[in-house]
Design a protein around this ligand. Structure first.
Ligand code: DGY
Length: 436
């Protein structure tokens, strides 16, 4: 295991950009800084190089906008290996966007709060780490305030995403239902991703038309949150995204308590937290499916599909013990067969399941890491361990890929790791799992 850990550390070192102080998710395919990648990568670094973990977070937060928003991609460098780049996204259209960095005008799952708590947990010099946290925590609080003020038009305690790229689970079959409500123009553009990765593992051209069209609508209104809430054809309450926010709220409360002198912020966080958890349990749990689902706020209807996001609320302590137990049964029944690695990103019993294609079925290490920690928290130690062992095994067999085939037999002959190779968060979270 020491050897695997050393390899993981090499991957992280290789993707670190010292001139600016951040990590790329992987070479060629993703040559900039991504929000949730960055947070999860910092967890890996914190085990062997705390200054880099801190710099990763500082650079990310340095790109925060004047309204608290943190973008999903920060374009630190020029690169022609990625589409759509800064000239398509045009973050400068928003009056409060960063003047220092070009970025996208969309965000990603708000992991930063719980990442700060992880850094503190892992730190061997708690005093120094707490000092660092004091310098950044208010920016993360400001980011949560942005979400609650601007992304919750019905004041439910649940925030929306307006683009599939905000979800992190970029081309989940769940979004197919939304694409059916849209008819975007045919765009002419040159894809870059499929020059680095087999097209069978990436979204289709038509899917990209949808992705670009939603951005164009937002750009027409200079990325105004109000206009997006009113007009975007994609407006979804996503259980993974909201679970990350809730988990991060909890971490901010704990860290502010450690720091002291922040009673007002703690009180506000607790208010958000109470409302969010209640709405989450009332609105996003589907009794018949037995787990959490997405809600389409634009068309006012639940999107009734099981995915690995359905179980992510375990990580954020959202379900009751009873509910958690029945969710675990559903997961083991549908995702946990002996021929499957835990945990496929989409329901393996669905006809939309595709175990090779981006978020339409493969196993992802970041979701596994959350699942592992969530299961452990609720006392499901055996299943938690299987998630951990499965994660280690698929990486040992294939290398540090971006995603992996969920079918065990595919790993016996040839490559069953897909997307980018030497992928930072796969390495970072394995370092964390192996350090326990
Ligand atoms: C991509 O280009 O597929 C990225 O994941 C978007 O965030």
């Amino acid at each position: 295991m020491e050897e695997l850990k050393n390899k993981a550390i090499e991957v992280l070192k290789g993707n670190w950009k010292d001139e600016v102080g951040f990590s790329i998710p992987c070479a060629n395919l993703y040559p900039f800084q991504w929000f949730w990648d960055s947070g999860l990568i910092a967890i890996g670094f914190s085990h062997f190089d705390m200054p880099k973990a801190e710099a990763e977070i500082e650079t990310l937060l340095d790109a925060q906008w004047g309204n608290g928003f943190i973008p999903h991609i920060i374009f630190h460098t020029e690169s022609d290996t990625y589409f759509p780049g800064p000239d398509f996204h045009r973050s400068d259209l928003h009056p409060l966007s960063s003047k220092k960095y070009k970025s996208t005008g969309m965000t990603q799952p708000p992991v930063t709060g719980f990442v700060l708590e992880e850094l503190y947990r892992i730190s061997t010099d708690k005093k120094a780490t707490l000092k660092f946290l004091e310098t950044v925590i208010d920016k993360v609080y400001f980011n949560h305030e942005y979400f609650y003020k601007n992304r919750d038009p019905q004041n439910e305690g649940l925030v929306y995403i307006y683009h599939n790229w905000e979800s992190g689970t970029d081309n989940s079959p769940i979004w197919d239902d939304i694409w059916e409500t849209m008819n975007p123009p045919e765009y002419t553009f040159e894809r870059r991703d499929t020059t680095h990765v087999d097209a069978a593992e990436r979204p289709s051209k038509r899917e990209y038309d949808h992705y670009l069209y939603i951005i164009d609508i937002a750009k027409e209104h200079n990325y105004s949150d109000e206009k997006i809430a009113e007009l975007s054809p994609f407006l979804v309450q996503d259980p993974l995204f909201n679970a990350m926010l809730i988990k991060s709220n909890e971490s901010l409360i704990k860290l502010y308590e450690l720091i002291g002198n922040n009673a007002d912020k703690i009180a506000q966080l607790k208010k958000w937290q109470e409302k969010s958890i209640q709405s989450f349990n009332n609105k996003l749990f589907d009794d018949e499916i037995g787990a959490y689902i997405h809600y389409d706020l634009r068309n006012e209807k639940p999107l009734r599909y099981l995915s690995s996001s359905s179980f992510s609320p375990l990580f954020a302590n959202i379900p009751s013990k009873e509910r958690a137990a029945s969710m675990v049964n559903v997961m083991m029944d549908k995702f946990g067969g002996e021929h499957q690695y835990l945990c496929a990103s989409f329901d393996p019993t669905s006809e939309r399941f595709n175990p090779k294609k981006y978020w339409r079925g493969p196993v992802w290490i970041n979701l596994n890491w959350m699942l592992y920690n969530g299961l452990k928290q609720y006392g499901f130690l055996d299943i938690a361990n299987r998630v951990k062992q499965d994660s280690i095994e698929i990486i040992e067999k294939n290398g540090f890929y971006e995603y992996f085939d969920s079918r065990k037999d595919m790993h016996n002959h040839g490559k069953a790791g897909y997307g980018g190779n030497n992928f930072s968060w796969s390495a970072a979270l394995i370092v964390d799992l192996l350090n326990e």
